[in-house]
Each structure stands twice: as structure tokens, then as C-alpha cells.
Design a protein around this ligand. Structure first.
Ligand code: FEO
Ligand code: CA
Ligand code: CA
Ligand code: CA
Length: 688
């Protein structure tokens, strides 16, 4: 029986060294790519508080007095008798949608769900989904088999109804990256074989797979060989669209047109468009490329550095089997990754697209909504320490209906518009933002902000850069215009109820440390280990606006620590939460948060929190995931919660021979990233 490794202390940001190596190319251990001297939130309103914040401060005190809770910013009252969220102190039931008994923080090698709930495995890495694909055989893996099987490390999931098929759902799942050392017995990282490299290419990308629902319970089971099932991999042809399509910055010897790219890599978060396509962000794409030091000139080297490309061999050594991963051979190939892609999941023969109008950076997610006049708007995070938060506003209105004309029109919506980057300004005096996480005197980390335009169509708004350069080297453009350096923007989710936009800022252990950007009101903690969730309200609640207000909704961590804040809710009644990552909403307007890298010593999990009403800020933990895993792709439906359990067993020193987890099949089987469905045993609505 394989021996389970003890849990090993994590690296900066809470991840294991193995996660750092395979997912981010050890991003935390290299120089932070953003070395620009770009300003930060520091330009706060000097001196006395504004009238607005004074009014808010007094309102906070009034609420506090009425509820008997200590005013925000003061020491919290002694912990109540029960340590269960929502079971003491503040009267009344938890918000609708969150009425389950919270799962206690734990380190079990399992998916732990609330009392009265059941779960099943929807699909696992290696399960065949296409016609002709063989059953998973860990000892006889091949690239051909993997190309017809569910990929590795499931991350974001989109779930859509299947037309004319009741009791069926269509899952579109990202496969962010591969953990070769957990996939192949006897893997030699210095000498990967060609077959292993090609299995890696085939295990990346996305899966489109239909799943069957079971009546009355939330059980969901993948349907192999369905006509809509599809694999998109690291070698699938993509069409490039938008203003940088065909740019000389995108041309290579294999593609002199600059319009046809093979494959998508490191697909992290995503979104569903109102016209029925799925978006997916290419995130830590830099790690797949070798020899950044051999770029043709100083400008190219500088650009590669800003995106974190490394000198020498890459971790997976793919450059040995395909020249395009060698910067010395194909200096423009790196520019062909780092985009948001769009897939039509209802047409398995369609060519997926890379959308250049949305800019190129480490795209975390892309969650669309519509302006008041029907134009799509996308919010997008660039997940790196001190990188930025972006928005794209289309210049075209969406056409309703499923006609061919509408479909053809809507597929151009994300090719034309304006790309913006966010600048956040705090409203409290700078001296009150001292890095400790103590709330300023106005009772909140909050302020206003503006969307700074970078490019519109073929027009650049950035001095010294062409529009093409802005799209391909968006980080450099944002450096030049004074964007705010953030604590790693992960997922973004607009509330379908209120229109407020929630941004998960997962952590940034370098914040405010020597030589790094100082704290500011939006990123207020030095050495931020636990992250925060920012709530942004566009002016007049119009997503097309260029101005917004913001406040921190959650400042995560141990509720007993003075540097945490839970929307003003009594802190002795919430679940501890650390490193917020993926976000989604339920039908009741509650925000659901999955975590990656829990720095509180327990496993990652999924949490629900009310965003409005008297219980705003009451965080309740719904589930936890196995050893080494991250909770991804949460979907909360009326009677079902879906999570993608990503990188189970990914702990330092683990391998196939020495697994750190035996989930999901127990000892003797390979650990397998899998999608899990959870439902209430009595058939009732989740949390209602
Ligand atoms: Fe793939 Fe930023 O998480
Ligand atoms: Ca403030
Ligand atoms: Ca993420
Ligand atoms: Ca999301």
C-alpha cells in the first residue's frame, strides 16, 4: 500500500512547492515581473475625511449600537459559546441558500460535505469521452488515448443546458496544467520522453462533455461518446480574431499569417457569454517556453521578462520535441499565448478563437455582463503579484435569438471595443493604512476609481505604443498609464442581482516588503497571506461607465485575528477563509468562494457568503477538498453544487510511487483530478 506523505509546510501564498513548479513555473521564487515604478493608490484624499465617509462612519456606529456588536475597527467581543457560524449571537437563520451546517476546517484526504449531503464523481482525469477513446490505463498512457479522454487538472467549469435533451447538462471544463510527476510512474524530470510531452499537450486545454442527471438527486454522470463531446488540447487549431490578428508580432515560421495558432495552454478561469459561448483564460503560459535569454534583441528580452519568461530549459522540456517552445527558434510563439479564448460548445466542429481585443496577460477569468444598451462588458484579472485588473467594453450590441445572423454577429462582439485598466483610489488618509489590516477611521477600506483606456480598435491610448503593441504587451501598456498594482487578481464575478462586481485578490506575500510596492487602501496588508475580496460598483450601476466606487467586502484570514473583516458581520460567527480564488453566485444572490492555498493550516474549500441584507459577510464553509488539492470551478445550482478538485496530492516530494493523496479511489490507484457533484439527501434545494 502506498505510504501517505505527511503534509508539508507550504510555500509563499500557501501552495506546495510542487504546485509552484508545475503550475506557475515557480513564479513566487523569481523576481516579480512588475518592476515598473508605476504609482499606487497612495494619492488618497489628504487631511480630513470626506463628508461621504464621515456619514458612512456614523452609520456603521449606529448599526453596531443597534445590534450590540462592537463597532467595526474595534476589538471584537469575546467568542460566543458555539464556534459554528451563524449559530449564536446574531439572531435569525443564515441567509437563504446558506442554511447548511458548515463543514469544520479539517485536513481529511476526502471531499467533506455538510451533514445530510451526498456526493458522486462526475468525471475523472482519463475517463474516455470521445468515440474510440480507451478506458484509462495508468500504465499504458498514450497521447492518442489522452486526446479522447478527460484532461488533467480540471479548473473552471461552465454548465449549460443541452437543447432538446432534458436531464442532460453540458460541462465545459478547463484543464489548466499537468503534474507529470503524479501522472507517470518513474517520471524523470530531466529526461521526459516524447510520449510524455505529447500526453502533456493532450491533457491540457478543455473538455466539452455531456453529463446525465438523475431524477430527484443531484447526481451527475458523464456520458461518453455524446455527439457534443469534444476535446480541445495544446495542439488544436485556433483562429486569431480582433485588432491584433495577423500582427507581425504574432507571426511564426509555421504561421506566416499570424492568424492560426495551435493549442491553448494553462486555461484557468472563464465565463459564459449571454450568447451561449464559453470563454477561458490562458494564465501561466510563460512556463512552457525555454530560453528567454536568447530572444533576438533587448526589446524582446524586456517584453519576455515582463511576462515572467525564464532563461534556460523549461520545466517540462517541451522545447526538445517542438521548436515553437524554444524562444531562440521561434521568438514570436510566446506572444500567441496569454489570450482569452472563445469556444462554441454546441458546435463540436467550430474553430475556437483567441480574442486579441481583450489584451494579453495571465488571464485568470472573463466574466461577461451587458451594458444598459446591450453591449458586452468583461472583467478580467491578471493573476500575478502587483499586476492589474482590466475591463473590456464592446462597441457592438448583442443580437438576441439563435438565428444564424445573430450567431454570426455575436461571434464578433469581443473583437471590437475598448480595453481599460483599473486605477483604485482610497478615501482614507494614507497614514491610516498602516499595513496591519486595521480598518481606517471611516470604518472601511474603500474609495473610488477610474477605468483608464488602453486601446480602442486600432487606436492606441498609450503614448509610445501602437494599438497592436498594447494588445500583445498589455502589461507594459498598463504600467505606463498608472494602473494600480493589485494583490493577485483571480476570479471576478458580477452579482446578477445587484450588478456589483466581486474581485478575488488571492494574496501577495510581497506586498509592502522591501523594495516592493507599499500597501494601499485596496491592498492594505503588508505581506498579505490570506487575500481579500473587493466589491466594485460602477457609477450609475452602468458597466460601461469609466468611474466606479469600491470597498473591501472581505479581508480574509482567521476571524480571531485583528486584521480580518467580514463585511461587518460578527466575526465570531463566520468560517475562517484564506486565499479566495474562484467565485460564483447562487440564485439567492449569495457569493460562493473557492480557495487555493489556505494559509490557516487546513485544506482548501468552498464557502458561501451573503452579499446583501442583515447577514452580509456571514461566511459559511460548504465543503473541503483532499490533501494538496485546490477547489475549482464551483457551480451552485438549485439542487446541486459542482466542484472541480484540482491537483489532489500535489504536495512537495509526492510522486506516483509516494502519493500524498489516494483520492478518489483509495490506496493503490493513481490520484486523479475529478469533478464532484454534491446534493442534499432529502432532495431539497441547497441551503434553503
Ligand atoms: Fe489558475 Fe490564478 O489561478
Ligand atoms: Ca476608507
Ligand atoms: Ca485560479
Ligand atoms: Ca467565476
Amino acid at each position: 500500500m502506498p505510504k501517505l506523505l505527511p503534509l508539508i509546510s507550504s510555500h509563499p501564498g500557501g501552495r506546495s512547492a510542487l504546485t509552484c513548479r508545475y503550475r506557475c513555473g515557480d513564479a513566487c521564487f523569481h523576481e516579480t515581473p512588475n518592476t515598473s515604478d508605476n504609482a499606487y493608490v497612495g494619492d488618497v484624499i489628504a487631511g480630513a475625511l470626506s463628508r461621504r465617509s464621515l456619514m458612512r462612519a456614523s452609520a456603521v456606529v449606529t448599526v453596531a449600537a443597534a445590534t450590540g456588536v462592537a463597532a467595526v475597527g474595534q476589538a471584537r467581543p469575546a467568542a460566543a459559546a458555539s464556534d459554528k457560524p451563524g449559530q449564536s449571537g446574531k439572531a435569525g437563520k443564515p441567509a437563504r441558500g446558506l442554511r447548511f451546517s458548515p463543514v469544520a476546517p479539517n485536513t481529511k484526504d476526502a471531499v467533506v460535505v455538510p451533514e445530510g449531503h451526498d456526493q458522486n464523481l462526475v468525471i475523472r482525469w482519463g475517463d474516455p469521452i470521445l468515440r474510440g477513446a480507451p478506458a484509462f490505463d495508468p500504465d499504458n498512457q498514450s497521447a492518442k488515448a489522452q486526446a479522447g479522454q478527460f484532461g488533467y487538472n480540471n479548473d473552471y467549469m461552465a454548465v449549460l443546458d443541452v437543447p432538446n435533451e432534458d436531464d442532460r447538462q453540458l460541462l465545459v471544463v478547463n484543464h489548466e496544467y499537468t503534474d507529470e510527476v503524479l501522472m507517470f510512474a518513474g517520471y524523470d524530470a530531466d529526461n521526459p520522453t516524447r510520449e510524455q510531452a505529447e500526453i502533456g499537450w493532450a491533457a491540457h486545454g478543455l473538455s466539452v462533455v455531456v453529463a446525465a442527471e438523475e431524477r430527484k438527486v443531484g447526481k451527475l454522470t458523464a456520458v461518453p461518446r455524446h455527439r457534443l463531446n469534444r476535446r480541445i488540447t495544446g495542439t488544436t487549431p485556433f483562429e486569431v480574431t480582433g485588432p491584433a490578428a495577423g500582427s507581425k508580432l504574432l507571426r511564426t515560421s509555421a504561421d506566416p499569417s499570424g492568424k492560426r495558432i495551435l493549442g491553448t495552454l494553462n486555461n484557468c478561469g472563464g465565463g459564459i457569454t449571454p450568447w451561449g459561448t464559453v470563454l477561458s483564460g490562458e494564465e501561466n503560459f510563460n512556463q512552457y517556453f525555454a530560453n528567454a535569454d536568447q530572444a533576438p534583441d533587448a526589446t524582446a528580452k524586456k517584453r519576455l521578462k515582463r511576462y515572467g519568461f525564464e532563461d534556460g530549459a523549461s520545466e517540462r522540456k517541451w522545447e526538445r520535441y517542438d521548436d515553437r517552445f524554444d524562444v531562440a527558434q521561434e521568438p514570436n510563439e510566446p506572444n500567441r499565448f496569454g489570450w482569452v479564448i472563445e469556444v462554441d460548445p454546441f458546435d463540436p466542429d467550430s474553430t475556437p478563437r483567441k480574442l486579441t481585443a481583450l489584451g494579453r496577460f495571465k488571464h485568470e477569468a472573463a466574466e461577461p455582463r451587458l451594458t444598459t444598451d446591450g453591449r458586452p462588458v468583461l472583467y478580467m484579472g491578471d493573476d500575478e503579484k502587483f499586476d492589474y485588473f482590466y475591463k473590456f467594453v464592446s462597441s457592438k450590441r448583442m443580437m438576441k435569438g439563435g438565428s444564424r445572423t445573430a450567431r454570426e454577429h455575436n461571434r464578433t462582439l469581443l473583437d471590437e471595443g475598448t480595453l481599460y485598466v483599473a486605477k483604485f483610489t482610497g478615501d482614507s488618509p494614507a497614514k491610516e493604512i498602516d499595513g496591519s489590516g486595521k480598518l481606517p477611521d471611516d470604518g472601511e477600506f474603500d474609495g473610488s476609481g477610474e477605468w483608464i483606456p488602453l486601446a480602442s480598435g486600432d487606436t492606441s491610448h498609450v503614448d509610445g505604443m501602437t494599438a497592436e503593441e498594447v494588445y500583445v504587451f498589455t502589461r507594459i501598456a498598463a504600467d505606463k498609464v498608472g494602473a494600480t498594482k493589485m494583490d493577485r487578481p483571480e476570479d471576478v464575478e458580477p452579482s446578477p442581482r445587484t450588478g456589483r462586481v466581486y474581485v478575488a485578490l488571492t494574496n501577495n506575500t510581497d506586498r509592502g516588503t522591501d523594495g516592493k510596492a507599499p500597501v494601499d487602501e485596496a491592498n492594505p496588508r503588508t505581506g498579505n497571506k490570506h487575500g481579500q475580496i473587493l466589491e466594485l460598483t460602477e457609477r450609475r450601476n452602468n458597466p460601461g461607465s469609466t468611474r466606479f466606487n469600491w470597498r473591501l467586502f472581505l479581508v480574509c484570514g482567521d476571524p480571531e485575528a485583528p486584521d480580518t473583516y467580514f463585511g461587518g458581520f460578527p466575526k465570531d460567527q463566520v468560517s475562517p477563509i484564506s486565499c479566495p480564488d474562484n467565485l460564483t453566485f447562487d440564485a439567492f444572490g449569495n457569493l460562493w468562494i473557492s480557495t487555493d492555498g489556505n494559509e490557516l493550516g487546513n485544506h482548501d474549500g468552498l464557502f458561501g457568503v451573503a452579499t446583501a441584507g442583515g447577514r452580509r459577510g456571514e461566511v459559511r464553509q460548504f465543503l473541503t477538498v483532499p490533501n494538496g488539492a485546490e477547489t475549482c470551478g464551483p457551480i451552485v445550482q438549485d439542487r446541486r453544487v459542482l466542484v472541480a478538485v484540482q491537483h489532489p496530492g500535489e504536495l512537495d516530494g509526492a510522486s506516483v510511487e509516494k502519493p500524498a493523496s489516494t483520492w478518489p479511489e483509495g490506496p493503490g490507484a493513481l490520484v486523479r483530478p475529478s469533478v464532484v457533484s454534491v446534493w442534499r439527501r432529502d432532495g431539497g434545494d441547497i441551503g434553503a
